[in-house]
Design a protein around this ligand. Structure first.
Ligand SMILES: NC(=O)C1=CN([C@@H]2O[C@H](COP(=O)(O)OP(=O)(O)OC[C@H]3O[C@@H](n4cnc5c(N)ncnc54)[C@H](OP(=O)(O)O)[C@@H]3O)[C@@H](O)[C@H]2O)C=CC1
Ligand SMILES: O=C(O)[C@@H]1CCC=N1
Length: 283
């Protein structure tokens, strides 16, 4: 089914749900009438309806029955309840093929299948494709990086539809599900590491005598410029780093401190800790 013919339902319309809906409507892929949402927060539901013209459906089971594509955008700890509500709904099991896209961190496909397929006969379960996704918050400004992983029932059209939906808010890469813990650690949590670096650089600028606003502007502009430079040149980061580092100069003085304090190893350790936590949560 082509993306513009789909009716997409969102269970949960918080930060990430809004990011996807905003991107779908902003890119013109889908009109607001093709999107419906539910959220337990009535204020949130009303805000989404007023801002984006999407239809509120105040019942998860009914929303699931009415849509051919459903995005699960609630918190991981809310997933079991939501999947239970859907699969105990009166129309569940008699409808057609529903593409389920889950963005819940650390909630594996096998758990979604167990909760969603449990009440179904084998034939209907076979027709229920599930795609697990790990997006990140730059999706809010259409600069997201998502990893996605389809289950065995997802066909080429399902994967294409999911790539179009997620592609509206940035780049998407398909992975085996076992790689999603690493994706979570690197790009899912990744914006936080960058913000941490921004905090530290800005703090250092102030400590070195700059006004906070100048320090913030220099830090952000430098990060933005460095990313653009590496993208434009296609040179490895270590080559570009050497080009900044004059022998006996200021950069060398800074990098020597980073190396002496094993900062590189600590960053690697931190990201591996996130990957281990993602793996623990998935269990
Ligand atoms: N934030 C991030 O960086 C990333 C988040 N994710 C994943 O995205 C998902 C959504 O995250 P985010 O948008 O930040 O979360 P939010 O809490 O902002 O959004 C979830 C929304 O769902 C509502 N909700 C709770 N229970 C139900 C229910 N039974 N039916 C309908 N709606 C319900 C919540 O209401 P209430 O607040 O009242 O509970 C809330 O408004 C999470 O699973 C997270 O793991 C993935 C990658 C990155
Ligand atoms: O911190 C978390 O658990 C989630 C997953 C990736 C980003 N936020």
């Amino acid at each position: 089914m082509a993306i513009q013919d789909r009716k997409i339902g969102f269970l949960g319309a918080g930060n990430m749900g809004e990011a996807i809906i905003g991107a779908l409507l902003g890119s013109g892929i889908l009109p607001g009438e093709h999107i419906c949402i539910n959220d337990v927060n009535a204020e949130r539901l009303s805000y989404m309806h007023k801002t984006y013209g999407v239809a509120p459906v105040r019942d998860n089971a009914r929303l699931f029955a009415e849509c051919d594509t459903v995005v699960l955008a609630v918190k991981p700890q809310q997933m079991t309840d939501v999947l239970g509500e859907i699969s105990s709904g009166p129309e569940y099991g008699v409808g057609g093929r529903t593409l389920v896209i889950s963005i819940a961190a650390g909630f594996p496909i096998r758990k979604i299948e167990a909760l969603l397929y449990g009440p179904l006969d084998e034939d209907r379960a076979r027709r229920m494709p599930i795609i697990r996704v790990m997006p990140n918050t730059p999706a809010l400004v259409l600069a997201g990086m998502s990893g996605m992983s389809p289950n065995r029932h997802a066909d080429a059209q399902d994967i294409e539809a999911a790539m179009e939906i997620l592609g509206a808010m940035g780049k998407v890469i398909v992975f085996e599900e076992e790689k999603l813990d690493a994706v979570t650690a690197l790009s899912g949590s990744g914006p936080a590491y960058v913000f941490y670096l921004i905090e530290a650089m800005t703090h250092a600028g102030v400590a070195a005598g700059l006004d906070p606003s100048d320090a913030a502007e220099l830090t952000l502009g430098t990060l933005d410029g460095a990313v653009r430079l590496i993208q434009a040149r296609g040179e490895p980061p270590e080559v570009l780093r050497r080009k900044v580092t004059s022998p006996g100069g200021t950069t060398e003085a800074a990098v020597n401190v980073l190396e002496r304090n094993n900062v590189r190893r600590h960053i690697v350790d931190a990201i591996l800790a996130a990957a281990r936590r993602a793996e623990e949560l998935s269990r």
